[in-house]
Unconditional design. Sequence first.
Length: 202
Amino acid sequence: MGSDVYKRQLGRNAFGDTFPEQHERVKIAANAIADLVEAKFEIIITHSNGPQVGTIQTAMAEFSRLDTNNQTVAPMSVCGAMSQGYIGYDLQNAIRQELLNRGIYKPVATIITQVRVDPFDPAFHNPTKVIGRKMTKAEAELEEKKGNYVVEDDGAYRRIIASPKPIDIYEIDSIRTLVDAGQIVICLLYTSDAADEEDSVD
């Protein structure tokens, strides 16, 4: 990837908290990204998934609670992958449509990424990111028995998860290959609470 690659970060809550909000906000992002394409930049878009992964985790946890034949809760890694697909689907469709409206054909691809972290990162012992629905004290105690961390939040209880610092992206070669082939790439922005939000792809 050369120096003319433009890396665009779409931060936390950039797409709102609901399906309709995201559907509308990706159109705003697509318009700005199409301007960059017309300026002849190669583009990597990184995004947060805070509200979306929380919504998915809540839905999957509720499904496992209600379905007496399936009590397995989806792990956070799976919820994260679902959120990447959901955001990427809306974003790449909006970008592709905006480009076609301008008479531009340029492939857009979403890469579901995974990162390597230090298993001894202190963040694992001091989780800080609140996720999921509000719970009663009894429900919170059940979560703690499962080994999950819980924090009191405005008179209720919510689960908290760790945010370790990313060391490497396993799919980095795929991202580079797609950018070198002239495609717009969408992927998750990985940050930790201890790190400033900065470009994850060099």
